[in-house]
Design a binder for this molecule. Sequence first.
Ligand code: G3P
Length: 220
Amino acid sequence: MKLFLDTANIEEIREINRWGVLGGVTTNPTLVAKERSDPLQLWKEILAEVAGPVSLETTELDADGMYRQGVELAGLGPNAVVKVPMTPAGLEAGSRLVKDGIRINVTLVFSPAQAILAAEIGAFIVSPFLGRLDDVSADGMDLLRRICEIYQVQGYETNVLAASLRHPMHVVEAAAAGADIATMPYAVFRQLVKHPLTDIGLERFLQDWKGLREELEEGA
Ligand code: G3P
């Protein structure tokens, strides 16, 4: 399972990229708006920083406008993936983009039926939003499992991207369910690496090492 950052913050992207585990980035209009800078420059900077796919979201609502915007976004870099919403207009624009050879990410997916539609138009990525389902007392992980099962049975090649993840267990369970990609906020990425026993273990190792060095220095 590839690990993606769900952010438009270039510093967060640079930091996690240095770890050598950053498979790609997903952005959305809310995340871009948070940065309070020119979206075009920001997208270009992110595309240049990341080797893997970077999802850039359309904001036009009608199919023609969304298609035109998608073509422009795809032209920003070879690793650009165009995000379209799971709406009739999104399906229409998405189908046209796919026919042009442009990779699309169908976003705001909340049901298996919607995930089947995304696969049928040849989407590169489908994005079920797990956390937002959990927020309304539905089972986001159950949706992910259903989609993975259907895609396997049907032989769909669309990548399943577990989105709207809120904590490390979401990431672990998404991997167990067979997701191809998990996208998460910076804070969740940092939580993945943390374990109190790692910190305690490291502290003990360093104390023992210091003790040995002091003994050797005293004996010298
Ligand atoms: O970017 C798509 C998705 O991951 C958004 O998540 O946390 O806003 O529900 P969230």
